[in-house]
Design a protein around this ligand. Structure first.
Ligand SMILES: [Fe+2]
Length: 254
């Protein structure tokens, strides 16, 4: 990749995200798949180099947010840009805050920590045929409507990420569900999702609770997930993005 020291890194990331996620089907086979993989690797390398200072983001400190309220949400989102192909923005988490377990239907994702430390627990949904028609014996009593929302899933990975870590990746099939917990204080990460959430196109965000067989999720690799409404103690406020302006093509290249 040619060196480009004048263009802000976040702009180069947006341009590379556009190249990676527009104009071709990431699930395609053969040459297209190879091309996608190459572009994806280049995007990953740019993301790895990103730091909070590149976005004029001042790391926060302290325990602010331990009593979240309307003026002090546990999680905030700074919108940077969105096209047909991808969305990009920064999530900040107050000390002790979590983004509950949720999915990204038919989407790719890259998450790069900018400051602080987070724990990310990722699950794969197992095939539809494994969905429960009967609740597992260890599940609490469920209304029949809830039984249809049970999904078999596999714990894929658990990791801790800080500013020196590479990005955490998700694909439509692998590590697609995740829970993100701030560790040891506030944290922030850049989030790229491709394509963006769009409830009109089958890409709505769903939240889940792990139904643990033994009360010890750490030791269970296969488990059941119950789809739940957005947890009441989680909400996301908006914040303005302080970094360099990013310009992107709004339409996909066909
Ligand atoms: Fe997510």
């Amino acid at each position: 990749m040619p060196r480009d020291n004048k263009t802000p890194l976040i702009q180069r990331i947006a341009t590379q995200a556009h190249r990676t996620f527009s104009g071709s089907d990431p699930a395609a086979c053969g040459g297209e798949e190879e091309d996608f993989s190459q572009k994806h690797c280049e995007l990953e390398a740019l993301m790895t180099a990103l730091r909070a200072a590149d976005l004029k983001l001042a790391p926060r400190s302290g325990a602010a947010g331990s009593n979240p309220d309307a003026a002090n949400p546990p999680v905030t989102y700074m919108h940077i840009c969105e096209t047909d192909a991808f969305s990009m923005g920064v999530f900040t988490l107050s000390s002790g805050a979590s983004i509950p377990l949720h999915d990204h239907p038919s989407m790719h994702g890259m998450l790069k920590v900018l400051y602080g430390k987070v724990s990310i627990r990722c699950f794969d949904k197992l095939d539809q045929g494994a969905s429960a028609t009967e609740p597992p014996v260890f599940a609490p009593p469920l209304a029949s409507r809830q039984r249809g929302s049970l999904r078999r899933a596999r714990l894929r990975s658990v990791g801790e990420y800080s500013e020196g870590s590479g990005p955490c990746l998700l694909t439509p099939l692998r590590d697609n569900l995740h829970q993100i917990d701030a560790l040891d204080g506030p944290a922030a990460f850049l989030d790229i999702l491709a394509p963006p959430y769009d409830s009109d196109d089958g890409r709505d965000c769903h939240y889940y609770r792990v139904l643990s067989r033994h009360g010890d999720q750490e030791k269970e690799t296969e488990t059941w997930l119950l789809e739940i409404p957005q947890p009441e103690d989680f909400w996301c406020g908006g914040e303005s993005y302080p970094g360099p302006t990013v310009s992107v093509q709004k339409r996909n290249i066909k």
